[in-house]
Design a protein around this ligand. Structure first.
Ligand code: MTE
Length: 326
């Protein structure tokens, strides 16, 4: 097994932007709550989105209880400046600084493997062909920081059903774009990931209604550093399962290899369900730093089993020893 460089796995430092116009977001939230009482669809552009190319999206409000939360939103500046996207470097600020070099238009996603109708989806089919909704989810990184983000997307299940998984399909394997000329982190001699970045889910996890194919955040299309134009969000799992900038989805009958398992399987399991009872070998998972967080205001909150989504997802793991299948 390759050694894991300290830089990649270090518990991160303080969020770079601690002064944030949160009021912009709170105002908008109240507006949207008011709007939700009447027409569901809204096209309010946000003033605070970060990436220059971000476009406003049309979407409806979340349709299930667990799809939203009253918790304070993480300001957009924090969510889009404190990122993990190793294709662009290992510092939290690298993705916001360098991911603009990734070309995201045109874009297509290939769906292959154990499906009756393999094929490709262009970005236009993705943006125009599914009902987009906003989901306000807690997002918990394995490094013990967390955010609350209004994502925009649609259930991954809606996409998979179009390609008709066969009866033999048991797992879903995802891959990120790999274009070294546009991704400075992949060219770095200190890079230890065997690119492209790979992730996977069991089919029942992939089909779960909380699993979101995500195309936007804070009312607009995803900025590159957040995984434009299409990423996964699996809110009850550690953030590294939420693979960014997806170009390939393959249905398989075997558990796929993931990038983090390849690097350090004893530290990063296939399931990676958020669990305060199962510590990472090098740090506790009992608490998390809710961004924005600083040395003087760490904003430490207790971590919840399945990141607070146990009622919705615990059944997927009935009878499994969660410390063994971590
Ligand atoms: N996807 C790709 N392709 N490359 C990455 O380095 N990092 C993962 C995940 N998806 C990563 C990725 C990790 S470790 C986390 S915590 C989340 O993205 C971070 O998402 P965010 O930057 O939007 O907070």
């Amino acid at each position: 097994m390759k050694p894991v460089p300290r830089k990649i796995l270090n518990v991160p430092q303080i969020a770079s932007s601690e002064i944030t116009p949160e009021s912009v977001w709170l105002d908008r939230r109240n507006l949207m709550k008011a709007a939700a009482a009447g027409a569901l669809v809204n096209t309010l552009p946000t003033q605070a989105a970060a990436a220059p190319a971000a476009k406003p999206l049309s979407y409806s409000q979340a349709k299930c209880d667990a799809c939203s939360t009253e918790e304070t939103l993480t300001p957009v500046e924090d969510a889009t400046s404190y990122n993990n996207f190793y294709e662009f470097g290992t510092d939290k600020s690298d993705p916001a600084e360098h991911a603009h070099t990734m070309i995201t238009d045109p874009w297509s996603v290939e769906v292959s493997g154990l499906v009756n109708k393999p094929g490709k989806l262009n970005l236009e089919d993705v943006l125009g062909g599914f009902d987009l909704e906003e989901r306000i989810y807690r997002f918990r990184c394995v490094e013990a920081w967390s955010m609350v983000v209004p994502w925009i997307g649609f259930p991954l299940a809606d996409l998979l059903r179009r390609f008709e998984p066969t009866a033999d399909a048991r797992y879903v394997a995802f891959k990120t774009l790999y274009r070294p000329e546009e991704m400075r982190g992949t060219r770095s001699f200190t890079s230890v990931i065997d690119w492209p970045y790979k992730e996977g889910l069991r089919l029942d996890e992939a089909m779960h209604p909380l699993t979101l194919m995500t195309v936007g955040l804070y009312g607009k299309t995803l900025p590159n550093q957040s995984g434009a134009p299409l990423r996964l969000i699996v809110p009850w799992k550690y953030g590294f399962k939420s693979i960014k900038s997806i170009v390939s989805i393959e249905l398989t009958d075997r558990q796929p290899q993931t990038s983090w398992q390849e690097l350090a399987a004893h530290e990063y399991g296939f399931f990676s369900n958020v669990n305060p009872e199962v510590d990472h070998p090098r740090w506790s998972q009992r608490y998390e730093r809710r961004l924005p967080s600083s040395l003087f205001k760490p904003n430490r909150v207790p971590t919840q089993l399945f990141n607070g989504y146990a009622e919705q997802v615990a059944g997927l793991y009935a009878g499994m020893d969660l410390s063994k299948y971590y």
